[in-house]
Write a protein that binds this ligand. Structure first.
Ligand SMILES: *[C@@H]1O[C@H](CO)[C@@H](O)[C@H](O)[C@H]1NC(C)=O
Ligand SMILES: *[C@@H]1O[C@H](CO)[C@@H](O)[C@H](O)[C@H]1NC(C)=O
Length: 205
């Protein structure tokens, strides 16, 4: 009974922890947590030099999300993101807004700039600032959070009931005890009466 109770408590705590971390947006070290159907703005910045193009890449396989050239307003957006991606700002510093996030969008996003090195006559890839690791809570986690909120309500109701019950039981015990005291006090009075009776007896004598 107590073992299963503590197991339930542990599970509730874990879910509660997951929920609270899912809800506390961005942290340090470039990890950004977002809700299911939320949105993110990736702020790609480049300070050193004059790059020719920017490619926003996603994941460890570095799939292309967005490609933009220096003197062009044209954004080449991958089909997966086309309906929900917007680009703001002036090259090379671009804000990339992605809406309607789902758990499939979880992963690292890289701001990779290419420059042409005139000395070596070779293109160079440089990572700008603004790369993030995006973590999107899935619909399932959201549902678990709702469930955990429900169970939290249930738990508080149960705790309130237990507290009330404890108060009632304590009160009952207290009443019984005082009643017992009165009943144990009675024989003494009886004894007193005996004394009185004894005295009456001596008076009568
Ligand atoms: C959001 O994305 C889902 C698929 O992940 C799609 O079914 C839904 O229509 C999209 N909603 C909006 C408002 O774009
Ligand atoms: C981006 O710029 C680099 C450096 O100038 C160039 O080598 C590369 O071909 C460009 N990328 C595309 C897709 O044109």
């Amino acid at each position: 009974m107590t073992v299963s109770m503590s197991a339930v408590c542990l599970k509730l705590l874990t879910i509660f922890y997951l929920c609270s971390t899912a809800l506390t947006g961005s942290g340090s070290n470039g990890v950004v947590r977002k809700d299911f159907k939320g949105s993110i703005t990736i702020q790609c910045r480049f300070t050193e030099g004059d790059p020719d193009n920017l490619t926003v890449k996603k994941g460890l396989s570095e799939d292309q999300v967005l490609y933009r050239e220096k003197d062009s307003e044209k954004n080449t957006i991958t089909a997966e993101f086309r309906s929900r991606l917007q680009v703001y700002g002036k090259f090379p510093n671009l804000d990339i807004l992605i809406k309607n996030l789902s758990s499939e969008d979880t992963g690292p996003y890289w701001c990779t700039y290419e420059t042409f090195n005139k000395k070596t006559k070779q293109p160079e890839i440089k990572i700008g600032t603004g790369s993030v690791l995006l973590v999107v809570a899935d619909a399932d986690t959201e549902k678990k959070c709702e469930d955990s909120n429900k169970s939290l309500v249930l738990v508080s109701v149960v705790i309130t009931a237990v507290v009330l019950l404890t108060i009632i039981v304590t009160f009952c015990i207290w009443i019984l005890k005082t009643k017992n005291l009165r009943t144990t006090a009675k024989p003494r009075r009886v004894a007193n009466n005996d004394v009185y009776e004894d005295m009456r007896g001596t008076i009568r004598r």
